[in-house]
Design a protein. Sequence first.
Length: 317
Amino acid sequence: MAHRKEIVTIFGGTGFLGKQIVGDLARRGFIIKIATRIPESAYSLKPYGEVGQIVPIECNYLDASSIRAAVKGSDFAVNCVGILFERGKRSRFARVHIDIPAMIAKACADEQVKRFVHISALGCDKATSKYGKSKLAGEAAILSNYPAATILRPSVIFGENDNFFNMFAELSRFTPFLPLIGGGKTKFQPVYVGDVADIVVKALTSNMNKYLGSIYELGGADIVTFKEIYEKLFEYTGRRRRLIHVPYWAAKIQAVFLSLLPKPIFTPDQVESLKTDNIVSEGAKNMQSFDIMPKSMDLILPKYLKNYKAGGRFAWA
Ligand SMILES: NC(=O)c1ccc[n+]([C@@H]2O[C@H](COP(=O)([O-])OP(=O)(O)OC[C@H]3O[C@@H](n4cnc5c(N)ncnc54)[C@H](OP(=O)(O)O)[C@@H]3O)[C@@H](O)[C@H]2O)c1
């Protein structure tokens, strides 16, 4: 495939969503710079493109000049950097969701990057969690530095290698019960990773300027409660587990201890975020603006959740 001349810098390109975006951009012939703290973690992405098409570059997110060097000469930039829980001094919401995006947006403005897409989170404008509030403050920091940014607010993102369904499926391998926090009534609108990546590419490449300086809420084809999400998990993994009702206050206490794990299942802040529905608001700019029909969970989940069936993916149904 002939390379396009355009260069895209992607921050967080080594993550779950970032990898999908790198793959999509590579198929369209872009030259991709993956700005990352650990270039070695991006080496496995090189085969997504041709020789020299995907270039991992070391970036110190705490240093504005390192970020600026990463976007220098690029036509487009995407920011997928994010954390779900805080850890240590460097992994704080304020730093990762506000300071780093602000530095990236400023670098994009200074280096005259033509388009910049930032990944925020659905519901951040109504959030009571630290995670959500930091995501909202990050949006403001971006728009004040780069007013033409396109901001995407996805609901929970699903797809092979996601952090959500895979974590609960993994958990259901060894626990006889799963927690139904707050009765499991919180609503979600899970969105397919491929759809989010398609939208990022459209926002970067559209001939029209209609996506500039706008915020889009991205929800998938289905609105489901947490309890219904578990039902889908049970259906496609073939592992039915008892659901234990845990009120929010008790879940928060449990989460204090769980948050000590290297990769916590829940933190108190995540329990807090479950108090608010995570669905696209009425009247919000949404996926339809990109002419993309969202893929349903029932189409995608069976493809990778079958790996969790007792006896493996080739087990008898
Ligand atoms: N996954 C979802 O369900 C979901 C839902 C709504 C919104 N989002 C948002 O979408 C974006 C991408 O999500 P994702 O699931 O793809 O994220 P991810 O895989 O967890 O991580 C994305 C990237 O963030 C960087 N990162 C991780 N910890 C960091 C830290 N402590 N300090 C600085 N950088 C750090 C890493 O980049 P390097 O190691 O390469 O530096 C990593 O590749 C995030 O902003 C997330 O908040 C995700």
